[in-house]
Ligand binder design. Structure first.
Ligand code: NAP
Length: 279
């Protein structure tokens, strides 16, 4: 069985090795391969997948929204997020899912000392990843969700569209001042990502010890922001857990089997290479 990954550009993706290692370990005859698909060529690649018996595909930037009109069915969570990252091809029908938010939450849960339902949450950034994460956290009925973004209008849009209006939008400066109020703080901006190792998305002066600090960046595996948080007694969670868990959920959708998440993690770390890790 074949599984595709479509994106533009897609050459840097770590998913093929990660998924193929998990298929091999379970003795599944699946092969995951990437396809560089220019905007406007989505219809062609989907016809190719259907004609060649593909079992499904992953979707990454810039196709996560534009793929939706090509699908026969879209599950509730993907509809609420407004983006699809996983497609299952079942009896010729294309069914869309979004595993990003749930994958994030599955990874985060392993670090939590109190449930999401008892937590006040701050999300930094209001792009595609923030939409998925905010919606999935919202489904766990937290005490409150605040989204802080450079462009607050985009944060307000997520609150209206994905959280039924049940949240607050702030500037990054306002969030910095209120930092001690939150139990979980998530960075979804690319600030601090390779090669900009020295940048941080938010000053941590007001961070409380025991706060869960999550950065969805996985290159480097431990951003400067996470290192600073750790020094202040935060519980840290890096972007590898979201990446691996969103992939594990997609794996289950295609195969009906649970993959070895630890093996998937090790495969990604190996690909990132020792020199990137914890730099
Ligand atoms: P996106 O849609 O482009 O959104 C990026 C967000 O970051 C926007 O809200 C943007 O603010 C903000 N931002 C960017 N540069 C900024 C700066 N210099 N100062 C302040 N704010 C800034 O991106 P995305 O798809 O959500 O992805 C965001 C990050 O998550 C990337 O680093 C990506 O690699 C990572 N990611 C990780 C995973 C995982 O599995 N671990 C999955 C998806 C994404 P404005 O709205 O003001 O422009």
């Amino acid at each position: 069985m074949n599984i595709g990954l479509i994106g533009y550009p897609v050459h840097h993706s770590l998913s093929p090795e990660m998924q193929n290692s998990a298929f091999r370990e379970l003795g599944l005859n699946y092969k995951y391969e990437k396809f560089n698909v220019e905007p406007g060529k989505l219809g062609d690649i989907i016809c190719y997948f259907q004609a060649n018996g593909f079992k499904g595909f992953n979707v990454t930037i810039p196709h996560k929204e534009t793929v939706m009109p090509f699908l026969d069915e879209i599950d509730e969570e993907a509809l609420a997020i407004g983006a699809v990252n996983t497609v299952d091809i079942k009896d010729g029908k294309l069914i869309g899912y979004n595993t990003d938010g749930k994958g994030f939450v599955n990874g985060l849960k392993q670090k939590l000392i109190k449930p999401i339902s008892e937590s006040h949450i701050l999300i930094l950034g209001a792009g595609g990843a923030a939409r998925a994460i905010a919606h999935s956290l919202y489904l766990h009925q937290p005490m409150s969700i605040v989204i802080a973004n450079r462009t607050t209008r985009r944060a307000e849009k997520i609150i209206q569209e994905c959280l039924k209006g049940d949240g607050n939008a702030l500037t990054l400066q306002e969030a910095e001042h209120m930092l001690s109020r939150f139990d979980i703080v998530v960075n979804t901006t690319p600030i601090g990502m390779h090669p900009n190792y020295n940048e941080i998305p938010l000053d941590l002066r007001r961070l409380n010890e025991g706060t869960v600090l999550s950065d969805i960046i996985y290159n480097p595996l431990k951003t400067k922001w996470l290192k600073l948080g750790e020094q202040k007694g935060a519980i840290i969670d890096n972007g590898l857990s979201m990446f691996v868990h969103q992939g594990a959920l997609a794996f289950e959708i295609w195969t009906g089997r649970k993959p070895n998440v630890d093996l998937m993690k090790e495969t990604v770390i190996k690909q990132l290479g020792g020199s990137y890790v914890n730099r």
